[in-house]
Design a protein around this ligand. Structure first.
Ligand code: AHR
Length: 633
């Protein structure tokens, strides 16, 4: 018997409770949610023609030269000079996309290019979508004219589907043309925005009704070196003027190497804020605190040279919240968003540790609190959920009266079940907790053999009942990493897997979604034998009341291999409706996973439950997560 005491509210659940961690890892942004299909569109990758191949139709002759504009600090320094030397045939280039381009029959694709004519004769350039085998899926022609750079546009409706399509750009006849920012987007991006995002991937996020969106990471905030750190100011404004940067995950990591992993920043800070707004999530940017990734070079900025980093943080708040007349607010307005983005949280550093972090955090804190006392600061505890490093940071941050402390746990499934009481005895007067990155590592941390199986997801669900029971102190939680491309990942497990045409939620995704879409406003006790349900008989539970919808929401996880009969006594309510609902997420097989072929093998099923005399009876199936909802007065 589970005793629920609906009249004994002991805390509020923050609307930010369940959110999303976004990082450009595993081709999460470029090659993932950012819908650009052309790889290395402006020839700025370290190898200027990476992703491109010369094309000669009917033995046509010509030359390809990547020119450098010779500007010292220009963001877009290079362009392609294409000279076609044959009267007949076509000469040009072929782009391979990000492991091919996902093209769908009947869909419209928008091609754009910056181009100018060299010499006296204008030359038509044919833009063609091809299958991996070279069959035509659609074509359009542009003819760059005049010596000035201009944008040319064409749209192509695909006549077939291919996840591995290619884009061919070939000049016809003799002549020379300069090309830059060669780009192809599906028309059907999220909200049909130009420079937009993959609609299927955003939809999966929107369906979670997330409380916050943390961006842009993750270790890419830090960079392998300070030069390679994420600098938000370089990711806003004209897309062509956002300098490409090597991705921190462009590295030999575990067994994977993705040497073609660069950040174009087409998905930049404006777009991150816009995404957060679109999906109803509070924006939560994390900024570099003057430290490069401690798993790499661990470079640090001397304390007396920290000013530019702090200025970036101050300016970011103005960019997000300042009036359209302010220096940075004006740029936001010019980009199409005069209203503020309502930034309330800011992370200082990603996953830093040690005294060097504390020294830098203190300087950030002083400056940020002086100008923006209402913005809550997120501080890190490094990658450790326990041990001396964690104890040092946790203690220090408490003594500094930090607002919210970010804890990361990449641990074995057993750890999650064993640590369900982690926050039961936390000091309620100190800083709040952000469970900023966590995921069950079914084999070992970031092992390429980790699986997004039911065993991992079930253990996370058990742990999350502990986060929720302590939602008066845990105000944010997010699984990490978020996305992985099946042909371009560095880290497993991940919440959502994609290829060029499809995306699916793992069982871990459905656990997250179940929790985030069924969350009350207030905490109420749920007990068995006068004790919180924290693993006795392998059962875990939390309960909340939604005072807006008058619903009692019970979450019960059975991690045992046996069905267990549950009777839920709903005390402290005047009356209940005679029927409630139960959403069940379960599998008999702890190794089971979802896949492209069977994307919802493990996904919630909803049933009706009878409520009699303020009691619900339910068989808690083996290895199951159950969310019971009952309307009450
Ligand atoms: O989520 C993958 C990585 O794990 C993040 O980039 C980093 O913050 C953590 O170590």
């Amino acid at each position: 018997t589970f005793q629920v005491k609906a009249d004994q509210v002991y805390g509020e659940i923050a609307p930010t409770m369940y959110g999303i961690f976004f990082e450009d890892i595993n081709l999460g942004a470029d090659g993932g949610i950012y819908a650009e299909l052309v790889k290395n569109r402006s020839f700025e990758f370290d190898t200027p023609l990476m992703g491109w191949k010369e094309q000669k139709q009917n033995n046509a002759e010509g030359t390809l030269l990547v020119h450098n504009r010779g500007e010292l600090n220009g963001a877009n320094r290079r362009f392609l000079r294409l000279t076609s030397k044959s009267d007949q045939g076509g000469y040009g280039v072929l782009n391979e996309g990000f492991r091919g381009m996902g093209i769908k029959k009947g869909e419209q694709y928008n091609f754009t290019v910056m181009a100018r004519q060299q010499g006296s004769s204008a030359m038509p350039v044919v833009v063609e979508l091809l299958t991996a085998k070279g069959e035509k899926l659609g074509a359009a022609t542009i003819t760059p004219t005049g010596a000035d750079w201009k944008e040319y546009k064409a749209s192509i409706t695909a006549t077939g589907t291919d996840p591995k399509a290619l884009l061919q750009v070939v000049a016809q006849g003799k002549g020379t043309v300069d090309l830059d920012m060669i780009s192809l987007f599906p028309k059907n991006t999220w909200k049909q925005r130009p420079n937009g995002l993959r609609a299927d991937m955003v939809q999966l996020l929107a369906d979670m009704k997330p409380g916050f969106l943390r961006f842009p990471g993750g270790c890419i905030v830090e960079g392998r070196t300070l030069d390679e750190r994420f600098q938000w100011k370089k990711t806003i404004g004209e897309v062509a003027n956002r300098a490409t940067l090597v991705n921190r995950w462009n590295t030999e990591f575990k067994h994977r190497h993705t040497p073609d992993y660069f950040q174009t920043f087409g998905l930049g800070f404006f777009e991150y804020f816009q995404l957060a707004e679109d999906i109803g999530a509070a924006p939560l940017p994390i900024l570099n605190c003057g430290m490069a990734c401690q798993f790499n070079t661990g470079e640090v900025v001397p304390l007396d040279q920290l000013d530019p980093y702090i200025q970036d943080a101050l300016d970011l708040i103005e960019f997000a919240n300042g009036p359209a007349t302010s220096e940075w607010g004006k740029i936001r307005a010019e980009m199409g968003h005069p209203a503020p983005f309502n930034l309330k949280y800011l992370g200082v550093g990603n996953e830093q540790w040690g005294e060097q972090y504390v020294e830098r955090y203190k300087i950030f804190e002083r400056a940020l609190r002086a100008k923006y006392p209402d913005v809550k600061l997120i501080t890190t505890t490094g990658p450790f959920p326990d041990g001396p490093e964690f104890d040092y940071l946790n203690k220090t941050m408490r003594s500094l009266n930090a607002d919210i402390i970010d804890e990361h746990y990449y641990r074995a499934p057993e750890w999650f079940q064993e640590n369900v009481t982690r926050y039961d005895n936390y000091d309620r007067k100190g800083p709040k907790i952000f469970a900023g990155e966590y995921a069950s590592q079914t084999v070992a941390i970031a092992s390429p053999d980790n699986k997004n199986n039911w065993k991992g997801a079930l253990s996370e669900a058990a742990f999350m009942t502990g986060l929720e029971r302590n939602a008066d102190v845990v105000v944010m939680a997010s699984y990490a990493p978020l996305f992985a491309h099946e042909e371009g990942w560095q880290w497993t497990p991940d919440m959502i897997w994609v290829n060029n045409l499809q995306s699916f939620g793992t069982p871990n995704y459905y656990v997250q979604k179940l929790f985030s879409t069924n969350v009350g406003t207030h905490l109420v006790p749920i007990q068995r034998n006068n004790a919180n349900v924290t693993g006795q008989d392998k059962l875990f539970a939390s309960a909340s009341l939604n005072q807006k919808t008058n619903e009692l929401i019970l979450k019960v996880v059975n991690t045992s291999d046996k069905a267990q009969d549950g009777e839920f006594v709903l005390d402290g309510v005047k009356s209940t409706q005679s029927k409630g609902t139960v959403q069940k997420l379960r599998s008999n097989n702890l190794e089971q996973m979802n896949s492209f072929a069977n994307p919802t093998a493990i996904s919630p099923v909803q049933q009706t439950v009878q409520v009699k005399n303020k009691r619900v009876k339910l068989s808690l199936e083996p290895y199951s997560v159950n969310v019971i909802k009952v309307k009450v007065t």
